[in-house]
Design a protein around this ligand. Sequence first.
Ligand code: KG4
Ligand code: ZN
Length: 352
Amino acid sequence: MIESNLQNQEDYGSPFRGRRGLILAIDSSCDETAASVCCDGRILSNIIANQTVHEQYGGVVPELASRAHIQNIVPVVDAALSTANCQLSSINAIAFTQAPGLIGSLLVGAQFAKSLALALNIPLIAVHHMQAHVLANLISEPKPSFPFLCLTVSGGHTQIVVAHTPLQLEVIGETIDDAAGEAFDKTAKMIGLPYPGGPLVDQHAQNGNPRAFKFAEPQVPGLDFSFSGLKTSVLYFLQDAIQKDNDFISKNLDDLCASVQYTIIRILMKKLKKAVEQTGISRVCIAGGVSANSGLRNALKEYGARHNWQTFIPPFEYCTDNAAMIAITGYYKFLAKDFADLNISPTARAEW
Ligand code: KG4
Ligand code: ZN
């Protein structure tokens, strides 16, 4: 068994007296290769290489994603270090996404991070990607104080989380089937928009009428979500409409996008409101790729103003996948000396 041979902060702190932690972070959970450097919780660089190879396939092809990560990881890490104006030898710890994600993609980032930690003789920090999405709210001012609620909406997850402290997060609601991002991407596909459809639905929705078409909303008890019924509702609606008019989609694209987006946001906001009522916590954040959605961002601001919530929305670059959120999470774990052994493996799925 290989173990990190660093037992305490003094072992690696000496070149940086006065500085608590310079962290290099890597995220390779899906189809973005990302690296970031943060110093004492301040982000110095945030580099992302997007993979365009998947567009032609209408979704992420895991094998191609892993290959692209291997090609991208060295230049992305180099760019993160040079933008932060620091040398690899100055880094105090390496943080990486350990779970969840595509296993082949995770393996590339994990092996790279482990090799660096071993070569540099510095601690390794394993980060949960969904926890990092939540902590993206702690990167820029204004930051929420604890405890706060976070609606985390990404391509694979939809969760309501209570953040008690940076490292004590509790999931109090989640989807029982599809994620909100999947609902965007799958309905986008049905109306002929390329992958990933979420941002395109957002763009078209800005010119459409959100009440033009009505789609089914799920009746799920408690704080859990369901989006598979919406997908079916859109499918049946389109089949019927196309039978009557073959050009229905092209004639109504903006209204369709606006109506689907409106329904997804209503489902999300209803549960978020319920979570505020149940927990009594009215500091409310959003996170994850879908939190880049202009309709959701506006809805949170409106609900906040109407219900007297304090609302927090991360800048766009920290909503979709990025390594700055891994770096900030790594920083809190670094302060807690929550280090991983070098024999740690990434996992595709992971409970909190
Ligand atoms: O967090 P993320 O970048 O990756 C995952 O961890 O899954 O989320 C990706 C998801 C995709 O489903 C994408 O369509 C969606 O976020 N997304 C959006 C927008 N930007 C990204 N959905 C709606 N509106 C957007 N502006
Ligand atoms: Zn993500």
